[in-house]
Design a protein around this ligand. Structure first.
Ligand SMILES: Nc1nc2c(c(=O)[nH]1)N=C([C@H](O)[C@@H](O)CO)CN2
Length: 121
């Protein structure tokens, strides 16, 4: 399986378990590794035959703007479902970091893997 990468994508959203967090927008930092087979796109030099990382970044920004949840776990799980459904991603690893949430830490967050990681030749 080949991998398409998106690193340190910053998106703004309403997120948090505390009342004061319900009234502000916070920035999340996302790392995504998306499983695919890049060979058809490479053979045809055709963006339509691969995962368009620019389109995926736009979709993630829109998703963040539309959603309002308490936990980074919920954000990660729902985003993974959305990407799986809309971009036919067979496997992904998604890290969601919330910088500044804990003063003594550079960031806190979660990392999930979803889907089937198939072998390649
Ligand atoms: N496992 C989690 N722990 C905590 C979360 C979270 O989303 N997942 N969130 C908070 C607060 O919203 C915190 O980020 C505010 O600083 C606390 N723990």
């Amino acid at each position: 399986m080949d991998l398409v990468l998106i690193e340190a994508l910053e998106v703004d959203t309403v997120i948090g378990v505390y009342d004061w967090e319900r009234t502000i927008t916070q920035t999340l930092r996302l790392d995504l590794t998306l499983g695919t087979d890049i060979r058809p796109a490479a053979a045809g030099d055709d963006i339509a035959l691969t995962l368009d990382y620019a389109a995926i970044c736009e979709r993630i920004a829109a998703f963040a703007g539309e959603h309002d949840v308490a936990l980074v776990e919920t954000f990660a799980e729902r985003l993974a479902e959305t990407l799986h459904d809309e971009f036919a991603v067979p496997w992904l690893r998604l890290t969601v970091r919330k910088p500044g949430a804990v003063a003594a830490a550079a960031a806190v967050g979660v990392c999930i893997e979803r889907g089937q990681r198939t072998g390649g030749t």
